[in-house]
Design a protein around this ligand. Structure first.
Ligand code: SF4
Ligand code: MG
Length: 317
């Protein structure tokens, strides 16, 4: 099968005590094909990081399943668990916070090799040098410490570390959000190159649609813990269907001044409601410019309304 990851009805709720439940992720389903990049987009607090962290087992699932290469990730044990820990890796938004400041870059990159006892001595060192070159750094960098590098270089170190044990699947949680715009494209291009060379699959998490545009094959848009639209990237930019996606897209500037001048910008009123007490019916209704009376009563489900194009909105049912 060419499906590498299958997320089905996944929920992750946090019990905050005194009967308060935070529904960070609520009934999310999607799948990712081997070798593709799935962009997961939404405002901060929409549950995209929690989704990523639940997929890689940093959290248990409250409900639903995550299958990786056909196996339920929250049930794997023994050898399968060891293999899972090699096959799936994560890179983070703030590479500095995730790199141990007291370790040399060489040891940071070599850590996974050591934990999994893959190589030692000269072979280990050669592998570290090769990884440094792969991400556009060099051998001399191995003996230096993270603080000696720029943000973009630190993200390259984070990528080299994630590649050290030859994973199949990488969850990149806002890997370019903290970087200067000029550096963002470099890191995206590096990730694309590595994907082609190694057949990697990515779950690429970002908070706006501009960031995932050049890397995603398909995109899922999240709002308040739920997926509201999933489709091919080109289709999403050409023909967004969910009112929330329309608003997100309208916020991206278009380089052509002619189009930019005539374009309508959709400004969403109000704040994202609390996931502790989400609105009834459609969760987007308190901010939706197209909300109808029934949107307060009926919870729209994610449905395939055109081939490969899934939308959760009552306008399409
Ligand atoms: Fe807007 Fe109603 Fe569609 Fe929700 S279901 S996105 S409130 S039109
Ligand atoms: Mg986040």
């Amino acid at each position: 099968t060419d499906t590498i990851l299958e997320v089905k009805n996944l929920s992750k709720h946090f019990d905050l005590g005194r009967g308060t439940i935070l529904k960070a992720v609520d009934n999310v389903s999607f799948s990712i094909k081997r070798g593709e990049t799935f962009g997961l987009v939404g405002e901060s607090g929409c549950g995209k990081s929690t989704t990523g962290r639940t997929i890689i087992r940093l959290y248990d699932a409250t409900q639903g399943t995550v299958k990786f290469n056909g196996k339920d990730v929250h049930k794997v044990q023994g050898r399968d668990l060891k293999q899972f820990n090699r096959d799936m890796q994560m890179i983070f938004q703030d590479p500095y916070a995730s790199l141990n400041p007291r370790m040399t870059v060489g040891d940071i990159i070599g850590e996974g090799i050591d934990i999994h006892k893959l190589l030692s001595g000269r072979q280990r060192l050669d592998r570290i040098y090769e990884l440094l070159r792969t991400v556009g750094l060099n051998e001399e960098h191995a003996s230096r410490f993270p603080h000696e590098f720029s943000g973009g270089q630190r993200q390259r170190i984070g990528i080299a570390r994630s590649l050290a044990i030859e994973p199949q699947f990488i969850i990149a949680d806002e890997p370019i959000s903290a970087l200067d715009v000029s550096i963002q494209a470099q890191v995206v291009n590096l990730m694309k190159k590595l994907q082609e060379e190694r057949g990697l699959t990515y779950l690429f998490i970002a908070h706006d649609l501009a960031m995932v545009k050049h890397i995603s094959d398909r995109i899922g848009v999240m709002y308040l813990g739920s997926l509201v639209e999933v489709t091919e990237a080109t289709e999403l930019y050409r023909k967004p269907m969910h009112p929330y996606t329309e608003a997100l897209l309208s916020a991206i500037p278009i380089p052509d001044p002619e189009i930019e001048r005539t374009r309508e910008r959709i400004i969403l009123e109000g704040d994202v409601p609390s996931p502790v007490n989400p609105p009834s019916g459609c969760r987007f209704r308190t901010r939706c410019p197209k909300a109808m009376p029934e949107c307060a009563q009926i919870t729209p489900e994610l449905k395939e309304v055109e081939p490969g194009h899934h939308v959760a909105c009552l306008l399409y049912s």
